[in-house]
Design a protein around this ligand. Structure first.
Ligand SMILES: *Cc1c(COP(=O)(O)O)cnc(C)c1O
Length: 402
């Protein structure tokens, strides 16, 4: 009989969003007139911007004409996009990343999971708790549940920032600005991690999906702003949240040429070459039209439009944050991230708070426990709804007698 990858059987069922949907459905069935406001969504709601749409249309027309039609593109992404990325996201900010270190892809979810393909199974992988579930689940798919996966607890005591592990960790996933806690790492904090990784010859997998939401200029937007990070870190970037590409699908991963490790025989290997080999074997590139859409993000008009979308969401984040603080809640995040992370009042648990917020305020959020055990007692609200709905929701919370 054929066999499966039994690691998949060790994965916990992902009940979070299905449980939320079932609870909301049940509530609306018994309260058909309730005006439910969703502050639980981790998806954008504003449409892709005009500059992006125009570029997309032009690219579709090119594909429909014999002279400009394009078949398979480079697996690493088209040069026109990789050059724009290197120049705008890095070189203009004084970071020496070159197009050859950039791999265009169809999403950071895939890349943060697939990166495990080029890593050895014996690595100890450190993952924060609470966490974006992809890092943990893809690690379990690859090596199974084992003591080679360690959790770094993030709690109120450490400001929801992980401590550097005391035991050996070969690989660590960091995501800043963070989903779900909305917290950020200062330059000094991130430098501690880079210095630790260099000293221990460990690898940092840095998910910067939310860098565009950083308002404070002191907060690093890329791990490569830290000296020598190109020798110990891979960075993941996505157009999903800043440019509204969750349904369009485009992202990129930076694997610096300076990032190297050694085989047990002492032979030096370049991760850039390995990832290139992996991508050219298993991936045939992101659609041409989508890469043209991403290119438009870098035009002056595109940058302006994307900035406006991000500002719109950050205005929501600010409304949520201020409102919750006024109500007396303990609040984290929401200043440089589209997520506000709050402590459930009176030591309550996440699901009880979810139920009360739904039943008494008709607002849907996300229970912190859904992101890991350390998330128990906390709750995530997102800034991706409309400003009108967000204001209405906060008004309801303010008038709520708990
Ligand atoms: C939304 C999100 C991404 C982006 O994923 P895509 O596959 O590019 O849409 C990456 N990391 C985190 C933590 C996210 O929340």
């Amino acid at each position: 009989m054929f066999q499966i990858n039994e690691n998949y059987l060790q994965l916990g069922e992902s009940y979070l969003f299905s449980t939320i949907a079932a609870k909301v459905k049940k509530f609306t069935a018994s309260h058909p007139d309730a005006d439910i406001i969703r502050l639980g969504i981790g998806d954008v709601t504003l449409p892709i911007s005009p500059a992006v749409t125009e570029s997309l249309h032009r690219a579709v027309d090119e594909m429909a004409v014999k002279e400009t039609f394009r078949g398979y593109g480079p697996e690493q992404g088209y040069t026109f996009l990789r050059e724009k990325i290197a120049e705008t996201d890095f070189q203009k900010r004084g970071i020496g990343i070159t197009p050859g270190e950039i791999f265009v892809s169809d999403g950071s979810k895939s890349d943060t999971g697939n990166i495990g393909d080029i890593l050895g199974d014996d690595n100890v992988v450190a993952i924060t708790d609470p966490v974006y579930p992809v890092y943990l689940d893809t690690t379990i798919m690859r090596i199974g549940k084992s003591n080679k996966t360690i959790l770094l607890p993030c709690s109120e005591e450490n400001g929801f920032l992980p401590e550097i592990p005391v035991q050996r960790a070969d690989v660590v996933y960091l995501c800043y600005p963070n989903n779900p806690t909305g917290t950020v790492m200062t330059r000094a904090e991130l430098k501690r991690w880079v210095d630790w990784a260099l000293e221990n010859e460990s690898l940092i997998l840095f998910d910067a999906a939310y860098e565009a939401f950083i308002r404070d200029n002191e907060i690093p937007r890329s791990i490569y702003e830290i000296e020598n990070a190109e020798r110990c870190a891979i960075e993941f970037r996505s157009y999903s949240k800043n440019a509204g590409f969750t349904g369009v699908r485009c992202s990129y991963t930076v694997v610096p040429k300076a990032l190297k490790t050694k085989t047990p025989d002492g032979e030096e290997v370049s991760l850039n070459q390995l990832w290139n080999r992996r991508q050219s074997t298993k991936f045939n590139g992101t659609a041409y039209i989508i890469q043209r859409a991403a290119e438009a993000v870098y035009s002056p008009q595109g940058q302006k439009e994307v900035d406006e979308m991000v500002s719109y969401y950050m205005q929501n984040a600010s409304i949520i944050r201020k409102g919750l603080i006024e109500k007396g809640f303990t609040v984290f995040g929401g200043e440089n991230a589209p997520y506000v992370w709050m402590k459930c009042p009176e030591g309550g648990n996440s699901w009880d708070f979810f139920d009360r917020l739904l039943q008494e305020c008709h607002i849907v959020g996300t229970p912190g426990i859904g992101f890991g055990a350390e998330g128990e007692g906390y709750f995530r609200l997102t800034a991706f709804n409309s400003i009108e709905k967000t204001e209405e929701a906060i008004q309801r919370i303010k008038e709520w007698t708990l």
